[in-house]
Design a protein around this ligand. Structure first.
Ligand SMILES: C[S@@+](CC[C@H](N)C(=O)[O-])C[C@H]1O[C@@H](n2cnc3c(N)ncnc32)[C@H](O)[C@@H]1O
Length: 274
């Protein structure tokens, strides 16, 4: 189902490489991922999240602070799988694979036959994902050029990542679902209150951007978590886009805290391909 990024022909696994009929070949790394991102698909030398961001997110998520979000994803997809055949799931902008890996474990444990592919434009993220989660296929690729044939996926997941509706439509089967997870208006409110003088409440809803799909429902997940230890507070902050655009004194104030209680407020928007 994976296609060559150069000629769009099917790629076949041949020992330690993927090859197409036009002899384009792509090596499979020791940890199991393949890099299908062409230079002309990059907007910088190392696109996507950098090593520090990836490590911060990995360490934070692995502590289980966001487990409610992970459980909700598992529940939504698990309850929707009715088929006895393999369900094909694509996670776009999968990062270092925390949610993808948990989903795989959950579906396998509950007897739901599945195949999961995670793609991310960040090499560092895919390296981490492929080292840890061995039962998933990992590919470095862009959400703008998904290396899959038309109508391959039963589910496309997009968690806190770029939304490219046209590509999702192309790779989804008819009746397939897209699950977009984005932050709600109160998400990490308490962190923002420490860092910024004026906190504006806003949030993004993908419904307008996803007009070509049928919107099924929005499910909100809300909880309060206690984050203990400076290291965990720093990791949480450093895995968010606030790390790039926050006043230094605010960040210093945050990093001096020993603990903080924060609101988790996340929306799952579920869409269906018509
Ligand atoms: C906020 S992180 C979310 C990671 C993961 N989904 C999670 O929730 O833990 C966004 C991810 O999208 C990736 N990304 C950004 N632009 C992308 C693109 N054009 N194609 C694929 N991935 C992209 C980044 O490298 C990063 O890993």
């Amino acid at each position: 189902m994976i296609i060559c990024p150069k000629c769009k022909e099917k790629l076949y696994k041949d020992n330690k490489t993927y090859k197409c009929i036009n002899n384009h070949s792509f090596d499979i790394a020791k940890s199991g991922y393949v890099n299908l991102l062409l230079d002309n698909q990059k907007n910088s030398k190392n696109p996507g999240d950098d090593k520090d961001m990836v490590k911060s997110r990995k360490f934070f998520l692995e502590k289980g602070y966001y487990k409610d979000i992970s459980h909700k994803l598992n529940e939504i997809i698990g309850n929707d799988i009715k088929s006895e055949k393999d369900t094909f799931i694509l996670d776009i902008g999968c990062g270092e694979g925390y949610y993808t890996g948990n989903l795989k474990e959950y579906l396998d444990a509950t007897g739901k036959k599945n195949k999961i592919l995670g793609i991310d434009i960040s090499k560092q993220a895919i390296i981490e994902a492929s080292k840890k989660y061995k039962k998933i296929d990992w590919v470095i690729a862009s959400a703008l050029n998904i290396p899959l044939m038309e109508e391959t996926c039963d589910f496309v997941i997009c968690m806190f990542s770029k939304i490219i509706p046209e590509e999702k439509n192309r790779v989804l089967k008819k009746g397939g679902k897209v699950i977009i997870v984005s932050t709600g208006e109160n998400h990490l409110q308490e962190i923002k209150e420490v860092v910024y003088k004026n906190v504006k409440k806003d949030y993004y809803s993908p419904i307008d951007d996803m007009k070509e799909f049928k919107h099924i429902e929005t499910i909100n997940v809300k909880s309060k978590i206690s984050i203990e230890e400076k290291e965990n507070i720093e990791n949480l902050f450093n895995m968010t886009p606030y790390r790039w655009r926050s006043p230094k004194d605010g960040v210093k104030k945050l990093f001096n805290l020993e603990s903080i209680k924060v609101t988790i407020d996340v929306n799952f928007d579920i869409f269906e391909k018509n």
